[in-house]
Every structure is written in structure tokens, then in C-alpha cells.
Design a protein. Structure first.
Length: 339
């Protein structure tokens, strides 16, 4: 958990809750912050008490970002006798395939998708191409590289995608750096914000409709959920501040729509080569057409996160969910050819 990405706070909150749930399920668990090492019981308790704090940008002057030598972490005697690594990392270094590669090279079993699946899901430009090829509808988009964000390029975005338009970093999470630009002035401001996070920017056609999400557990689509945010978009504050969004499981959907969204979610999960768990997000147009926005290879795992809520709607309590994910990963790792 933890790490050095902008989503560090979300990761810590997920990690300590998963650790507690796995202990309830009967496992011996050590919580490890990849930038600091093993966490004490008091440190875990402090993270539980404070909840999810505001995004904490990396700052080289702070201790938490001065370490983070994952190679050294892999050599730590603490991990040499570990049966399974349960990853609750988010963002760069933890969800993009980096630590998955190190774990694979070390021959250590871990929860979730391998380096390829994580990399595919993290790169939204590439993942949307794979979704489109798999027949999963996804909104049109344009990705602009560093140095291409001139006035002519922005005019092309407006002509091709219209306004308002979604502007976001193509590899970020938790909607950090994401904006909904209603006019050309806001478009320029949104571009500047997104470039603070990455040297590429994705512009995506805005589709107004109901926000839906589907958790995947193993090869099963969980009940569809609906998100009704207080803001115009489901931003960081709406995701992690109490009372800023309604999250309804199962969603109240017309006959056949839930099944179609679940089918598309499974197709996205498979197209991106994800495994064990994922969460796939959609916008549902008023005419009943679902549009896939993205897939999350390591979705949030606090007790109030969307995937655990979907699991509860399917009758699976949080400790049981965490235990099932761990058992699936262990079985896979012990199977012939398992990674």
C-alpha cells in the first residue's frame, strides 16, 4: 500500500482496511508501505482513524517520498516467507505494472493483474483502442502529446469532440487532473491542469447520462451500481468525502440494460487481460446505450469503495471479499503455468 503516486492516500486507506479484513478472515498479515516499509499496529490505526486525506503530491523534501526503493523492498526478509502479496496500490509505480514486474521476477505470488494487464488498463488511450476493437462502445477521444497543445490542436478538439469536453491525464486515477470544459477558456485551463500530472492529455467526448460501475470478481460481473455525485462529475471530493455522492447497489435499471452493461464490463475485463478483480465504469445515455469510460486494474478497496459495495449487494461481506480474492490469487499461482 501507499507508494509515491498522487493516489497514495487512497491506497493507504484501502491497504489498512484490507489488512484488517484479512486478519478477520484468519490470515497473518503485515501491512507494508512501499515507500517506508512495514507499518506498526499504531501506524495502521492512525491511517484507519484519519480516513482518506486530500491528494498529497510527491515532495522530495518529505521522508515518505525519499525512500521507495522497490528493489530493496523485494529483498526484505519480511517478504521472503510471504505466501501472497495483496496489492492495494494505485497510480504510477503500483498500478501500471512496475511493482507487478518486480514481483514476477522475484517469483512472488500477488493479487490482481500481471504487468501487461496493469499497463494496458493504466494507459487510457491504449485501453480505449482495445475496447473499441473488442466491440465495447467507448466515447471518441483525442490524445495530445507534449508540445502539441497549440491553439490549432485545441480547435481540432472542439471541431471533432464538441463542447463541453472531458480533459484528463491519460494514465491517472481518482479523477486527479480531470476537468469538464464547457467553453474554450475552460478548455485552456483544463489543459494546464492536466499537464501538471502528465506530459500527455486526453480529450474525450462528454456524454451526459447516468454514471454506472460494474465490479468484476474472478470471471463474474457483480451487480451494477449507480453513482449520483453532488458535483457535475464524479470528482475526487465526491469519491472520498462523506455525503458527496449517492452510490446505489444494485442500480435501478430498465430490463436488459443491467445485463448489457455487465456483458460489456466482462468484455472489457477480458480485452485488457485483467484477472481476479477489476472495476469498469460506464455512462448510460438516456436512450439506454452504455458507453465504457475505463477499467481499473486495482480498484479502491476501502469498505466504502465501489467494488466492496457491489460485493455486498451480491451477499459478500468485506472480509469474505478480501479472502476470496486472496484465495483466487493463491490458486492461480500454484496452478501449472500460473503467475
Amino acid at each position: 500500500m501507499g507508494g509515491i503516486s498522487e493516489e497514495r492516500e487512497v491506497s493507504l486507506a484501502s491497504g489498512v482496511q484490507v489488512a484488517r479484513a484479512l486478519r478477520v478472515a484468519g490470515h497473518e498479515v503485515v501491512g507494508v508501505d512501499t515507500s517506508r516499509g512495514a507499518l506498526s499496529a499504531s501506524e495502521e490505526a492512525a491511517i484507519l482513524d484519519r480516513g482518506v486525506r486530500d491528494p498529497h503530491p510527491p515532495d522530495a523534501s518529505e521522508d515518505i517520498f525519499r525512500t521507495g526503493d522497490l528493489g530493496a523492498l523485494m529483498r526484505d526478509p519480511l517478504l521472503t516467507d510471504t505466501d501472497l502479496v495483496f496489492l492495494t496500490l494505485h497510480g504510477g509505480g503500483g498500478e501500471d505494472g512496475t511493482i507487478q514486474t518486480l514481483l514476477e521476477l522475484a517469483g512472488m505470488a500477488f493479487v490482481g493483474s500481471d504487468r501487461l494487464g496493469c499497463a494496458l488498463a493504466m494507459d487510457k488511450d491504449l485501453s480505449k483502442r482495445l475496447l473499441r476493437d473488442a466491440g465495447v462502445p467507448t466515447p471518441d477521444w483525442i490524445t495530445v502529446g507534449s508540445g502539441e497543445e497549440g491553439e490549432a490542436r485545441l480547435q481540432e478538439v472542439v471541431r471533432s469532440l464538441g463542447l463541453p469536453v472531458i480533459v484528463k491525464p491519460p494514465s491517472g486515477g481518482s479523477t486527479l487532473g480531470l476537468s469538464l470544459a464547457h467553453d474554450e477558456t475552460e478548455l485552456g485551463e483544463a489543459l494546464i491542469l492536466a499537464l501538471r500530472y502528465e506530459d500527455q492529455v486526453m480529450f474525450e467526448r462528454y456524454i451526459q447520462g447516468r454514471e454506472l460501475t460494474v465490479g468484476i470478481l474472478g470471471d463474474e460481473a457483480l451487480p451494477v451500481g449507480e453513482i449520483i455525485p453532488e458535483h457535475e462529475i464524479f470528482d475526487y471530493e465526491c469519491k472520498y468525502r462523506p455525503g458527496m455522492a449517492q452510490e446505489i447497489f444494485p442500480a435501478d435499471l430498465p430490463p436488459g440494460v443491467a445485463e448489457r452493461v455487465q456483458v460489456d464490463a466482462l468484455a472489457a475485463h477480458r480485452a485488457l487481460r485483467l484477472r481476479e478483480l477489476s472495476r469498469v465504469d460506464f455512462i448510460l445515455e438516456p436512450n439506454g446505450s452504455p458507453w465504457c469510460l475505463e477499467a481499473n486494474a486495482l480498484p479502491g478497496m476501502t469498505g466504502n469503495s465501489l467494488l466492496p459495495k457491489a460485493a455486498r449487494a451480491a451477499g459478500l461481506a468485506f472480509p469474505d471479499l478480501c479472502n476470496r480474492v486472496a484465495e483466487m490469487a493463491l490458486r492461480r499461482s500454484k496452478a501449472p503455468g500460473g503467475g
